[in-house]
Design a protein around this ligand. Structure first.
Ligand SMILES: NC(=O)c1ccc[n+]([C@@H]2O[C@H](COP(=O)([O-])OP(=O)(O)OC[C@H]3O[C@@H](n4cnc5c(N)ncnc54)[C@H](OP(=O)(O)O)[C@@H]3O)[C@@H](O)[C@H]2O)c1
Length: 295
């Protein structure tokens, strides 16, 4: 039996890499125009999405968000941004530039864009604490890929937010125990890759080498979708939203239609046995689930 998510908080963060770069394994149209992005952002805001995820590395995404904020004076998004991979540690200038470009008074989160950058800057994280004290940054975090990195960050009391991939394949069988541990340690967990960059929307016959390698697991997802009569798109999003150890789920969209569809899709809490079927899928070669290794 299906029930609705009606009264629960819309725990979605809208990603913005799609606005600043040509991005995604299934994206043949490139990035949307600024006026289309403005429509997407306005719709997201009106629907109750409060937070955007962005990064210095996402082309002109900061300026695009700032442009939206300057035009929509009634309200602003909370914004999480990421320091670049190559970092000169002049955090002060960075933060001031980000606040100005994004047109926000403070950042909800300032993240290291990779575990490697975090390690390089580990000795200077105390400096970032100063921004927390002054109210310019609420939380410090790291964006990561692997379980071993997650394990290490769980131990670091200076890190508030951990952002990592999670989806129907990169699932509870791979990450469940560690997410539980991270929550017990008081971490804020944000996940991305709910749609595995759009891979879930590719045809199962597609010659793409990642689709070919993941074919048995993708077929299993199709079977489950058919059995429960729930579209893959809707299962993908709600599988992440239904995880109690995930605080917020990032999604990316290339156009307004996708956003509207996804907003409609959240009004469903999936049957427990469906979730258990997805939990049982186990991809052995986890490198296949890391878009950074796809090229
Ligand atoms: N290391 C990092 O910190 C890092 C890395 C990657 C992403 N991110 C962040 O995470 C955000 C989300 O990116 P992601 O990689 O996690 O993407 P995702 O949400 O897994 O997939 C987004 C893609 O799925 C497709 N899609 C979404 N809704 C759809 C719908 N209703 N119907 C059909 N297709 C739909 C679109 O691609 P197509 O239309 O092209 O299929 C869209 O671009 C980014 O914007 C960025 O802010 C962070």
């Amino acid at each position: 039996m299906r029930t609705t998510r009606a009264m629960s908080k819309l725990k979605i963060i809208l990603g913005t890499v799609q606005f600043g770069l040509n991005y995604g394994i299934n994206n043949y149209n490139g990035k949307p125009e600024q006026n289309q992005v403005n429509e997407i952002l306005l719709t997201a805001m009106q629907a109750g999405i409060q937070c955007l995820d962005t990064a210095e590395a996402y082309g002109n995404a900061h300026q695009i968000i700032g442009d939206f904020h300057k035009k929509n004076l009634s309200a602003k998004f909370e914004v999480i941004s990421k320091l670049p991979h190559k970092l000169d540690k002049d955090f002060e200038t960075k933060v001031e530039t980000y606040l100005k470009d994004l047109d926000v008074p403070c950042l909800k989160g300032l993240l290291f864009h990779s575990f490697e950058t975090y390690k390089e800057c580990k000795g200077s994280i105390g400096l970032l604490g100063e921004f927390k004290k002054s109210g310019k940054v609420k939380y410090i975090g790291v964006s990561i890929y692997s379980n071993s990195h997650l394990e290490e960050l769980i131990q670091d009391t200076e890190i508030d937010i951990i952002q990592l991939p999670f989806n129907m394949l990169d699932n509870v069988s791979i990450k469940g125990g560690l997410l539980q541990k991270a929550k017990e340690a008081g971490k804020i967990i944000h996940t991305r890759s709910a749609f595995l960059q759009g891979l879930f929307f590719k045809a199962i016959e597609d010659p793409n080498k990642i689709v070919r390698s993941l074919e048995p697991s993708l077929r299993r997802i199709q079977e489950i979708s058919r059995f429960y009569n729930i579209p893959i798109r809707q299962m993908a999003l709600n599988y992440c939203l239904d995880q109690k150890n995930i605080d917020e789920v990032l999604i990316g969209v290339d156009n307004l239609e996708q956003l509207k569809q996804n907003l409609n899709d959240v009004d469903l809490v999936m049957p427990t046995d469906l979730i258990e079927e997805l939990n049982k899928i186990k991809v052995m070669d986890t490198n296949l689930l890391n878009p950074a290794l796809w090229n």
